[in-house]
Design a protein around this ligand. Structure first.
Ligand SMILES: Cc1ncc(COP(=O)(O)O)c(C=O)c1O
Length: 388
């Protein structure tokens, strides 16, 4: 590997949300990485800072070209630059779309368990979460098509958010599944929002399907959100791109983003994104390999030393979804216990709703020795919990 993912960084006292923990604690919860971003991106950002003038910026054509070329090279898909709208983040955009393109009291469909911030964006805007829960069987999740069809056909349901790839399970939806969802949504006049922030982070030899790469008639009814922030550990870059193939819808989305003030890039957003999307291919390829090694480490360790748990197979993300059914149905309590007992701080599945109360989510985007430390603590914590 030409990039050093083994290097350990001390993130304490850096205002890091993840690392705002006690001295003995090891945080493996919130979805950011303990790796420095790609040196090519750091170099571009340093150059922007060195300019020393931080006036208002517009989004240049080269930004949209960089997005297009990235998708063509990484995902074999060429989005039109005309479809693209810049915004300062995926969740701010989803929230703005909900606020301005739906009405108070509308139902927004989610497939639980699902990314916790979706609930906040829906409920704090006075809309309802409608859950078409994923069915869990034989250590894998599936869509209950009959239930999905029923919920989409409720006239109060106006939007469905597809998490593609899916957080917390790391599942990649295949093209057939996405098309079927898209067709059902279209038949019922339900808008699709496809959150693809984890799309670049598939495991080696895997790739995700951008929703906007599907059939023209389906994508006409969709908004996809992509960003380099999860991919390159740039959460605070506050940059994302929406693909909205339908022109009328795009104008409404642009207006929503602008009303809520999410259309103006911060100082590093443009240069950082362009550098990521033009120079980040090799770094990402090595990162994906590194994460897959960490995944293997976790699966092997759990199978050998913590047989009470099951690590779900996953095609994407650096997040592991761990089945604790044999240990508890209250993962919030279990998580708190493990943290107190061993200092390991995971994400309790409860906050993702659905059957998440029987799961823990572990962030594997850290150097191998920390992953090993986390596994040792997990083993100790689970066995202490069982024997308490
Ligand atoms: C599915 C998903 N969407 C959105 C976000 C956050 O996006 P942003 O930081 O651009 O608001 C996350 C972060 O974990 C995520 O997992």
């Amino acid at each position: 590997m030409s990039y050093d993912f083994d290097k350990e960084f001390d993130r304490r006292n850096t205002n890091s949300e993840k690392w705002d923990v006690l001295e003995n604690e090891l945080p493996m919860w919130i979805a950011d990485m303990d790796f420095q971003t790609a040196p090519e991106i750091m170099e571009a950002m340093k150059k922007s800072i060195d300019g020393g003038i931080f006036g208002y910026q517009f989004v240049p054509d080269s930004y949209y070209e960089a997005v297009k070329n990235w998708f063509e090279l990484e995902h074999n898909f060429k989005p039109e630059t005309d479809w693209m709208v810049f915004s300062t983040g995926v969740m701010p955009s989803i929230s703005a779309i909900i606020r301005h393109l739906t009405d108070v009291g509308d139902n927004i469909l989610l497939q639980e368990p699902n990314y916790n911030s979706f609930y906040k964006a829906i409920e704090s805007n006075g809309r309802n979460v409608t859950n078409s829960e994923l069915t869990y069987k034989n250590d894998a999740y599936q869509i209950d098509w009959e239930d999905l069809k029923n919920k989409l056909s409720d006239p109060q349901t106006t939007v469905m958010i597809v998490c593609n790839p899916h957080n917390p399970t790391g599942h990649i939806w295949d093209a057939k599944t996405l098309s079927r969802i898209g067709q059902l949504a279209k038949d019922n006049d339900v808008l699709i929002i496809s959150d693809e922030i984890h799309g670049d982070l598939s495991m080696p030899n895997n790739s995700y399907i951008p929703f906007a790469s599907l059939d023209e008639s389906i994508i006409d009814n969709s908004i996809s959100l992509v960003s380099p922030t999860k991919t390159f550990n740039l959460a605070m870059l506050h940059a994302s791109t929406l693909f909205v193939p339908n022109e009328n819808l795009r104008n409404k989305v642009r207006r929503a983003i602008s009303i809520d003030g999410h259309n103006e890039p911060g100082i590093l957003a443009i240069d950082g994104t362009i550098a990521a999307y033009t120079k980040g291919h090799d770094w990402l390829s090595e990162l994906r390999q590194y994460i897959s090694i960490n995944r293997q480490l976790l699966s092997d360790y759990v199978a050998k030393n913590i047989p009470e748990l099951t690590v779900l197979k996953s095609d994407a993300t650096y997040l592991a979804w761990i089945d604790c059914t044999k240990v508890t149905d209250d993962s919030a309590e279990l998580n708190e216990f493990i943290r107190k007992e061993t200092g390991l701080y995971l994400a309790e599945g409860t906050k993702y709703r659905g059957n998440g109360s029987e799961f823990l989510r572990m962030n594997l985007a850290t150097n191998k020795s920390r992953v090993q430390d986390g596994l040792n603590r997990l083993e100790r914590g689970i066995h202490a919990y069982i024997n308490k």
